[in-house]
Design a protein around this ligand. Structure first.
Ligand SMILES: C[S@@+](CC[C@H](N)C(=O)[O-])C[C@H]1O[C@@H](n2cnc3c(N)ncnc32)[C@H](O)[C@@H]1O
Length: 257
């Protein structure tokens, strides 16, 4: 997405009103987080991902090359339910270093949100490798800084299991999706958390006291009738897909400063 188009759909995540102050930028990325905004689990994982982000870009590519991993095909499998058309406006919440974008069509317009500025910086470097139409935004996925009904497709892969407010993050994904838009939510299953995260040096301390992970099907609003749950990568990842019902149009914004 071009920066001008992004600026048109931004709004204040706290008031859900048009922006009354100029957008602040950090490393060229619009930021909606101030000191003290991020608390609880979100602060814990923001710290972890800021540490990981400092190394992610280079380490990720090194590991892929070393083990000849075809990460693009693996990601395509995870996102196989997504239908993205040319020029669609696509939002990924918790984009991280941008590994999913590499598996998606080049001719759509992407926006990626993340709470970790270091992951976004890794994504900046990574996305330069291909000519994506991608804008990054530093924000909390539980309070998105976008107007209602801005995107044709909204997806999230990885992170939501440990958010402070999982139902709130899903409501936000639905709010910013256009009526009829496709929404996809995926993350690791408990099998993956136990067999991988709980054993990794530097990372395991962030997962030692977490409750067991469950796909958040009960957080999908009851008006959604087509929610589907499936499992990928030998049961280590779950994927929930649904379409935004027109009954869920929630036009809250639109005021003036
Ligand atoms: C496992 S990574 C997934 C990254 C990417 N989606 C992928 O599939 O490679 C989780 C990401 O969620 C982000 N995150 C965690 N809590 C968040 C929140 N409340 N709002 C936005 N992003 C968040 C982290 O900073 C991290 O980049």
């Amino acid at each position: 997405m071009a920066l001008d188009s992004l600026l048109e759909i931004l709004q204040d995540p706290r008031t859900r009103q048009p922006l009354c102050e100029p957008v602040r930028y950090v490393f060229g990325i619009p930021t909606f987080l101030k000191e003290g905004d991020v608390v609880g689990q979100n602060a814990k994982y923001q710290k972890m991902y800021d540490n990981i982000g400092r190394f992610t870009g280079s380490v990720f590519w090194f590991i892929c090359r070393l083990f000849r991993l075809d990460m693009v095909s693996k990601r395509k499998e995870l996102l196989s339910e997504l239908v993205i058309r040319s020029k669609d406006k696509v939002l990924e919440t918790s984009i991280g270093a941008g590994a999913n974008i590499a598996a998606l069509p080049l001719d759509a317009e992407y926006v990626g949100v993340d709470i970790s500025i270091e992951m976004l910086r890794a994504c900046q470097k990574y996305s330069l490798l291909k000519p994506y139409h991608l804008q990054l935004v530093h924000a909390n996925a539980e309070k998105l800084p976008f107007r209602d009904e801005s995107f044709d497709v909204v997806f999230h892969f990885g992170g939501i299991n440990f958010f402070n407010d999982i139902p709130g993050a899903i409501r936000e994904m639905i709010r910013v999706a256009k009526p009829g838009a496709q929404i996809l939510i995926g993350d690791e299953t408990q099998i993956h958390v136990e067999s991988w995260y709980s054993k990794l040096p530097f990372v395991k301390k962030y997962f030692c006291d977490t409750p067991p992970v469950l796909p958040p099907m009960d957080a999908i609003p009851s008006q959604i009738k087509d929610a589907k749950l499936s499992y990928k990568w030998a049961g280590t990842m779950y994927v929930i897909t649904f379409t935004k019902s027109t009954l869920l149009s929630d036009r809250g914004g639109g005021g003036t400063c």
